[in-house]
Design a protein around this ligand. Structure first.
Ligand code: SAM
Length: 232
């Protein structure tokens, strides 16, 4: 896949064939890395796409976790190519895909059959190996000796007793929750865990071009809180 960017910064993800845009058509035979022109003489930048570009092309269903929040999970837990991870619910498979991209083994639980199939399709498209289970994680976790469990679902306190058994000592349970009353309830229930941190990440992107050096006008005000618990 190639990424083709027009003069307004719009990205086109190209897999073959002539590309039709509002700035004109680029014939397939002219598409190569570098700067190319459409039949209207408009310039486009072309380069090879990778994992983060493919993420933008996946099929959408339930709300996905965003890179600004996923980045905190990867960095604050320090997971790596030796890590064993369980994730739930899979949803579109975005968080599971990022986890699978860097860790040894990821198993992701999804109770809804349609979303299980969606995550399967998306992870195949991304080329990331994740073991998917069409299963309710509130009923239990089959895996043991885990370095990390990630929960992007409504009632993570229902997983605490299973997580306690499945995580290594020092292993992380990271819960992503939109509401602070959910965070409060989780932390009050989290006996046997050390509450390492509760975070919210507000990302502010800047415009940096020939004439403008300032933050973008619109920012995403809130996505969710991240609660980092450690198994004692
Ligand atoms: C917001 S989505 C997760 C999105 C995912 N983190 C991503 O980045 O694509 C929440 C998912 O959790 C699933 N879910 C909710 N409760 C669950 C449970 N007890 N066990 C397994 N999956 C569950 C829902 O069906 C839904 O697909």
């Amino acid at each position: 896949m190639k990424v083709i960017i027009d003069s307004k910064g719009n990205k086109h993800y190209w897999d073959g064939g002539d590309l039709h845009t509002s700035f004109g058509v680029i014939k397939e035979k002219y598409i190569r890395n570098g700067v190319v022109k459409s039949h209207l003489g408009k310039e486009f930048i072309v380069f090879d796409g990778g994992f983060v570009d493919k993420i933008n092309k996946i099929k959408r269903g339930p709300a996905i976790m965003l890179p600004k929040d996923i980045g905190l999970i990867l960095s604050y837990t320090g997971i790596n190519s030796k890590s064993k991870v369980v994730d739930a619910g899979s949803g579109c498979g975005v968080l599971a895909g990022f986890l699978g991209n860097i860790s040894k083994k990821v198993t992701s639980y999804e109770k809804n059959k349609d979303f299980f199939n969606l995550a399967k399709k998306n992870l195949e498209f991304l080329g990331i190996k994740v073991k998917l289970k069409n299963k309710d994680i509130y009923e239990g976790i089959d895996e043991n000796d885990l370095d990390l469990i990630t929960l992007d679902l409504n009632e993570p306190w229902k997983v605490l007793k299973h997580a306690k058994k499945s995580l290594k000592s020092g292993g992380f349970l990271v819960c992503y929750l939109p509401n602070i009353n959910q965070v409060d309830l989780l932390v009050k229930e989290a006996m046997g865990f050390y509450v390492e941190k509760v975070l919210e990440n507000i990302e502010r992107e800047w415009i940096v071009d020939d004439i403008r050096l300032r933050p973008k006008n619109l920012i995403l005000g809130h996505t969710g809180f991240l609660v980092f618990l450690r198994n004692i």
